[in-house]
Design a protein around this ligand. Sequence first.
Ligand SMILES: [Zn+2]
Length: 88
Amino acid sequence: MEHDTKAPNSPAVAGLVERTVRRLACAVAGHQYRVARRMNPGARKLVCARCGGAWGMHDATRTLVPWDDEFEAMYAPGGPLDPATYKG
Ligand SMILES: [Zn+2]
């Protein structure tokens, strides 16, 4: 009996298709934001429950920008905006 290892419906391909569909749904219907982390009263990290995107939101400057490694570093313990020491 032969074992087919090149099935087009492999989990990897299905996952890629699913992510693409989710991103398209967000592009059409908008992201499903939820607060993942509250760094301080005026700043929080938002994530999308559908596509898994992440953003940093800052009330004082009314900005919403993609969350990246720089944000992660700034708000990390010991970083310049560490919530334990920086309140702004
Ligand atoms: Zn989304």
